[in-house]
Design a protein around this ligand. Structure first.
Ligand SMILES: [Zn+2]
Length: 435
């Protein structure tokens, strides 16, 4: 599992391009927004290019050196940047002090509500994992309030643990299944959780301390897609489709570097047996390729791999061990999943034509058994020998990357508005301005 979290240079330019465009044409009358934008430009520049002298930053971002010096001073006061080594490379005259991203003491938190677990991940400003906690739960047996209380307890404990280590958490982004209204923090419908019109952000706040940072809510597959995009090994690719397998099958696409919201990949009508789906329709793709379909095909109902009180990782490990031993039933179940998976990915390939499809969730876990078959099927569907090959890969970020994507979205807020982190003062508390 990739725990480093180091992002390839250039990847984030795509995500931040809209804000950079804004920075180039600020409202001249609004000096504070100009300053805020420019602080973001310098901070993102340090993230992309590493330690640099003020002179070099000024010439590369196209701002006067005096302005950059003022901006860097403010970033240092806010604990976001720091003085680094002397820049001796190619220097004429006196060597200059480099400036670099600081931020081991600042982090963004992501939390995830899955069908069988809740998880929190915190990443510091450099993208390193500083906290990763999870709890196995059978969420559909809980009320929405009960489920949110569980994740609330994990978030509260995480925030306190980080505060004790002197780490400031600038926000929490909760990744959840279902249709999410990000402006109100409400889940409209989450079929696999049985949720309808749940005000998740408001409910979560009731479980946090009064000085807790702002809480945002996002769709889990969209957070996962963002995490995959930022971690992708090929920085030149700006298009990606992400499909994740759990009890539900979710996904999202990144097009021209931007996250497209609101996809419902799991409910395309692709189940050859037209079985009923939790969404009320029949024949949905997730009925054919979701985790339940795999478990049902692989084991009888009394088998411990069906026991939701057991952590999913343990149950999947057991099934992987059976596959590795050549257990005929497990292998037949994987063949069936690969076949249905290829069917849906073929549709996505035709509609979206991405250069890369990343599989997450349990699909990634069984990548060794699924990828070849799916790739072969997509290759066979190429209309002309000269058309681009769509490469299918497995996520390297682990079973639940949505929490990680949520933490990344939280940090994006700081990279776009560094003034959300208050200046450090002697003996300052851990409160962060919310907006
Ligand atoms: Zn459905």
């Amino acid at each position: 599992m990739n725990q480093g979290g180091t992002v390839q240079h250039g990847r984030r330019d795509a995500i931040t391009s809209a804000s950079q465009a804004m920075a180039a044409y600020p409202d001249a009358a609004d000096k504070s927004s100009l300053r805020r934008n420019n602080l973001g430009v310098v901070l993102r520049h340090l993230r992309e290019h590493g330690a640099q002298s003020r002179t070099r930053i000024a010439s590369e971002v196209g701002l006067p050196k005096a302005t950059v010096s003022v901006l860097v001073t403010e970033l240092i006061q806010r604990g976001l940047a720091r003085e680094g080594e002397l820049d001796r490379a190619g220097a004429v005259g006196r060597p200059r002090r480099m400036v670099e991203l600081d931020g081991p003491s600042i982090c963004g938190m992501g939390a995830e509500i899955g069908v069988d677990h809740v998880r929190v991940v915190a990443l510091n400003l450099r993208g390193d994992v500083v906290l990763d906690d999870r709890l196995a739960l059978d969420l559909p047996t809980l009320s929405p309030e009960g489920a949110i209380a569980q994740v609330g307890g994990l978030v509260r404990a995480g925030l306190r643990a980080l505060a004790e280590r002197g780490v400031r958490t600038v926000g929490v982004t909760l990744a959840t299944q279902g249709t999410v209204d990000t402006t109100t923090g409400t889940v409209g419908v989450a079929t696999n959780l049985g949720w309808h019109d749940v005000h998740v952000a408001r409910e979560l706040r009731t479980h946090l301390d009064g000085d807790a940072p702002p809480v945002l809510v996002e769709n889990d597959a969209e957070c996962g897609a963002l995490a995959e995009y930022l971690a992708a090994p090929t920085p030149d690719i700006r298009e990606l489709v992400y499909v994740t397998g759990g009890i539900g099958v979710g996904g999202a696409s990144i097009s021209d570097g931007k996250l497209l919201r609101g996809s419902e990949f799991g409910h395309m009508r692709l189940d050859r047996r037209d079985r009923p789906c939790a969404c009320g329709r029949t024949g949905c793709w997730e009925v054919a390729v979701g985790l339940q379909a795999f478990l049902d095909a692989a084991a009888d109902s009394g088998d411990r791999v069906h026991d939701r009180s057991v952590d999913l990782t343990e149950r999947l490990d057991e099934l992987l061990a059976r596959a590795d031993r050549g257990d005929a039933r497990t292998l037949a179940a994987l063949d069936e999943i690969a076949d249905s998976l290829a069917l849906g990915l073929g549709v996505l390939a035709d509609v979206l034509n991405p250069p890369r499809i990343v599989l997450g969730g349990y699909f990634a876990y069984f990548g060794g058994y699924l990828l070849d078959e799916v790739q072969r099927s997509l290759d066979a569907r190429k209309i002309s020998p000269t058309s681009e090959r769509i490469l299918v890969t497995a996520s390297t970020l682990g079973l639940s990357n949505a929490a990680r994507g949520g933490a990344q979205l939280t940090l994006e807020r700081i990279f776009h508005n560094p003034t959300a982190v208050p200046p450090r003062t002697e003996g300052a508390g851990l409160a962060v301005t919310g907006n």
